[in-house]
Write a protein that binds this ligand. Structure first.
Ligand code: LMR
Length: 403
């Protein structure tokens, strides 16, 4: 038995973490997985999370019973307000269904599964994914029988957005196609459309009756401002674009291991939302039955208490500002000190956890093999892996491989 099972390659992102951990080299640098590190390269437990953990620990009323199938109601309601905005018409009109999921990956999966069952496809089920995108997007949609196809997004010539190509693809796709959009801090490129560009994208999506499948894993991380990073999603909702949003608290609350996320499906009216919720409940029941409680309780406390919410916003700014400072320092080292050939302005223009350096797979490999600097082959670096102690080492080695 199982002799015919083919050997699968290791995950392209998590294999880097394993290789980094096994490497005894003192100056090794991990720029692989998108996980925040402080200036001493340590995982950072947000002070507000420490505080709410203590509150939960001392709460004698809590038990270990099952949560409802769609999750902790005070968590999902607050999570919906966070992404859609507290006065969103999609909430006041009672036409949003929010389901607690196993982080952003679980939200993507449940959203994809729901589409695979109930979306009125115009032809074969297909999802349009940006080229490039988070590698897992491809696997998630394939798993539920939806074929990923790519739309132009990143232009290697400008190391920026291929806006014309993107719009062209939205126009050329058959009506009622489904497009996956990164709400902010595009992974892996760090290249986001401007607000003006989002407006054009939304208009074409509306005209072509496309479906917007938003993935929002970095709210607050891009700009340090939760509302600013939710701008595109809120704008699409106001315009009446049919959409869903996948939400994760892994990055912005530093709750990677708790797997706390949500799927929000905005429907045309509350009656439809009731039917959507009933089917999401059926799907969730057979997949995970009931979502885990701990992370949802933590986030719920933060979102539902004005004081804790302010503390969280301060913690988010701490992370976002450190990353932005690293962008400026890397840019300064490359352009002013090392005089590295090429234009490096994209380092400061890109946004969020990642920067797409523009180096090729050969150069990326050189960094891994010669300098013990771990990054994905596409040249993506997690900015959070850089700090005041290792940034010069990285800049010098980047300089070496591009010369
Ligand atoms: C990443 O892209 O590094 C993160 O989103 C972690 C993951 O799950 O891949």
């Amino acid at each position: 038995l199982w002799q015919e099972v083919p050997l699968a390659p290791p995950d392209s992102i998590f294999k880097l973490t394993a290789a980094y951990k096994a490497d005894p080299f003192e100056k090794k640098v991990n720029l692989g997985v998108g996980a925040y590190r402080d200036d001493d390269n340590k995982p950072w437990v947000l002070p507000v999370v420490k505080k709410v953990t203590r509150i939960l620990l001392n709460d004698e009323t809590l038990d270990h019973e099952y949560l409802p199938i769609t999750g902790l109601p005070e968590y999902t309601a607050a999570a919906a307000k966070l992404i859609l905005g507290p006065s969103s018409i999609a909430l006041t009109e009672g036409r949003t269904v929010s389901v607690q999921t196993i982080s952003g990956t679980g939200a993507n999966h449940l959203g994809a599964l729901f589409l695979s069952r109930f979306y009125t496809w115009n032809g074969a089920p297909r999802i349009y994914l940006s080229n490039p995108t988070w590698a897992n997007h491809h696997a998630i949609f394939k798993n539920v029988g939806i074929e990923p196809v790519e739309y132009p997004y990143y232009d290697p010539k400008t190391i920026g957005l291929d806006f014309e190509g993107f719009i062209g693809s939205l126009r050329a796709a058959p009506e009622r196609s489904a497009f996956l959009l990164h709400a902010c801090a595009h992974n892996p490129t760090g290249v986001d459309p401007t607000e003006e560009q989002w407006k054009v994208i939304a208009q074409v999506i509306l005209e072509k009756k496309h479906y917007a499948f938003f993935d929002c894993a970095y709210q607050g991380f891009a700009s340090g401002d939760l509302d600013k990073d939710a701008w595109a999603v809120r704008y699409f909702v106001e315009l009446g674009v049919p959409l869903l949003v996948c939400q994760s608290f892994a990055k912005n609350a530093g709750l990677y291991g708790e797997r706390v996320g949500a799927l929000h499906v905005v429907s045309a009216n509350s009656e439809t939302a009731t039917r959507v919720k009933s089917q999401l409940s059926v799907l969730q029941r057979s997949e995970i039955s009931n979502p885990p409680s701990h992370g949802a309780r933590l986030v719920s406390l933060i979102l539902n208490d004005a004081g804790l919410f302010e503390e969280w916003k301060r913690d988010i700014r701490t992370m976002a500002e450190r990353i932005i400072a690293m962008r400026h320092e890397l840019h300064r080292l490359l352009t002013q000190e090392l005089k590295t050939p090429g234009n490096w302005d994209h380092i400061v223009n890109q946004i969020g956890m990642f920067s797409f350096t523009g180096i090729n797979p050969e150069q990326s490999k050189g960094l891994v093999e010669q300098a013990h600097i771990y990054l994905t082959a596409n040249g993506r670096i997690s900015m959070a892996g850089l700090n005041s102690h290792n940034i010069r080492y990285f800049a010098e080695n980047l300089d070496k491989v591009v010369r």
